[in-house]
Write a protein that binds this ligand. Structure first.
Ligand SMILES: Cc1ncc(COP(=O)(O)O)c(C=O)c1O
Length: 364
C-alpha cells in the first residue's frame, strides 16, 4: 500500500534513545542514567508549579517576561536577547531549521549529544564528526572539519556523554577561527557544574560581541526541572529575532516559567545540589578506579567510565548486571563508546548501593 513518503533526510534519522527508566522487578530503581538532579528540585519550584493548578485553562505568557527578566538580572544579560525552548533541545532544532539548508554541513565533536545531529539532519544537513583526543573536544580537528558547506558547529562544555571539559581559551580560539557565516552553538547544559573553575567561562560575553554564537542553557540539570522541559538561549538580536519567527507560540508552559523563577531564586538548593555533585563525583571516580575501571576526567554531574579489556565483564554486561540489581546506568553503545558507561551522581545512599553492587559484580 502506498502512503506518504518521508523526506529522505528524515528517513535516515536514528531516533533519540533515552536512558533506561525501568528495571524488571523494581518499583523504584536507582536511576542514575539521565543526569537528573539527585536531590530533586527546589521545594519553592514545586510550590510555584503547584500554585498554577487552578489556572490550567490559561495560556502561558508567550514572551515569558517574568522569567526573562529574572534570568537577565541573574546573569547580567540583555532580556531582549533571550529565547526560550521546550528544553534546550528545542533551541537546537530552531537553530538548525533557521540556519541549515539541505546539503549544508554541521560540524560536531566525535562524541556528541545525539539531539544535535537529529536537529541538523531534520533540516536536511549532513553531520560531520571531528575526532576527539582522549575523549575531549579537539579544537584543531573541529576547525579542520570545516568546508565551504559548513554552516553550523555544536560544542558542549562540559560535554556529554564524555563529561570532559575544554578551557575557555580553546572555545575562544575555535570561535576566532570560524568563518563568520558559521553559527556556533555553545551548549551549556552542564555549565553550572563548571562555573567557578579558573579556565571556565559560560561564553555570554563572547556571544554578546559576536554575530554568530548562541549560548544555550537548561533548567533540566542543576535546577532539577527536567520534567518541565525548559531551556533558554542567549545570542545577538538578529539571531534571536530569526529564531522567534519559527518558535511556536506558548512553547514554555506557565508551570515551567513559574517553577524556573523559583528555582533560580533558591540559591540554597542550587548550592546543595552542587555540593552533592562535587562530593559524589570525587568519591565515584575514586571507587571506580579502585575497581580497575578507568573514569574519564569529570566536570559535570556524571562520571563516564571506560571498562578496560582486562576487566572481568564488558560495559554492556556491567550495565545489565546493575539493572538486575535495580540500578540503571547509561550504556553508550549508541554514542560509539561501547566500552563506556555514563553514571549520574546520585544521593549518598544511591552511590553506596552502586559501589556495593559493582564490587559484587566485578568480584563474581
Ligand atoms: C549536552 C546536552 N545538551 C542538552 C541537553 C538537553 O537538555 P534539555 O533537557 O534542556 O533539552 C542534554 C540532556 O541530557 C545534554 O546532555
Amino acid at each position: 500500500m502506498s502512503g506518504p513518503v518521508a523526506k529522505s533526510t528524515i528517513a535516515q534519522i536514528e531516533p533519540y534513545k533515552a536512558g533506561k527508566a525501568k528495571a524488571a522487578g523494581f518499583d523504584k530503581p536507582i536511576k542514575i542514567s539521565a543526569n537528573e538532579n539527585a536531590l530533586g528540585c527546589s521545594p519553592a519550584a514545586s510550590q510555584a508549579y503547584a500554585a498554577l493548578a487552578h489556572a490550567l485553562h490559561v495560556y502561558p505568557d508567550p514572551q515569558a517576561n517574568a522569567l526573562r527578566d529574572a534570568l537577565a538580572q541573574n546573569y547580567s544579560l540583555e532580556a531582549s536577547q533571550l529565547i526560550f525552548g521546550t528544553g534546550s533541545d528545542e533551541i537546537f532544532s530552531m537553530a538548525c531549521q533557521a540556519y541549515l539548508n539541505p546539503g549544508d554541513e554541521m560540524v560536531q565533536p566525535q562524541f556528541a549529544f545525539a539531539a544535535w545531529a537529529i536537529a541538523a539532519r531534520a533540516a536536511g544537513a549532513n553531520v560531520i564528526s571531528a575526532p576527539e583526543r582522549d575523549y575531549t573536544v579537539d579544537v584543531d580537528a573541529m576547525l579542520a572539519a570545516i568546508t565551504s558547506r559548513t554552516r553550523m558547529m555544536f560544542v558542549a562544555n562540559p560535554a556529554s556523554p564524555t563529561g570532559t571539559f575544554i578551557p575557555f581559551a580553546d572555545i575562544r580560539r575555535l570561535h576566532g577561527a570560524l568563518p563568520g557565516n558559521v553559527l556556533l552553538v555553545l551548549d551549556g547544559a552542564y555549565a553550572e557544574f563548571a562555573e567557578g573553575r579558573a579556565e571556565f567561562d559560560a561564553g555570554f560575553e563572547l556571544a554578546r560581541n559576536a554575530s554568530n554564537i548562541i549560548v544555550t542553557r537548561t533548567f533540566s540539570k542543576l535546577y532539577g526541572l527536567a520534567a518541565l522541559r525548559l531551556g533558554w538561549g542567549y545570542a545577538s538580536p538578529v539571531i534571536i529575532q530569526t529564531l522567534n519567527k519559527i518558535r511556536l507560540p506558548f512553547n514554555a508552559s506557565s508551570g515551567a516559567q513559574a517553577a524556573a523563577i523559583a528555582a533560580l531564586n533558591d540559591k540554597d538548593f542550587s548550592a546543595r545540589s552542587l555540593a552533592r555533585v562535587d562530593a559524589g563525583r570525587a568519591q565515584l571516580a575514586l571507587f571506580l578506579t579502585e575497581l580497575g575501571l578507568a573514569p574519564l576526567p569529570a566536570f559535570a554531574n556524571f562520571v563516564t567510565v571506560r571498562v578496560p579489556a582486562s576487566a572481568p565483564l564488558t560495559a554492556p554486561e556491567i550495565e545489565g548486571a546493575l539493572a538486575e540489581r535495580g540500578i540503571l546506568v547509561r550504556g553508550l553503545q549508541n554514542y560509539s563508546m561501547p566500552d563506556c558507561l555514563r553514571i549520574t551522581i546520585g544521593t549518598e545512599a544511591e552511590m553506596q548501593s552502586l559501589e556495593q553492587a559493582l564490587r559484587a559484580i566485578l568480584r563474581a
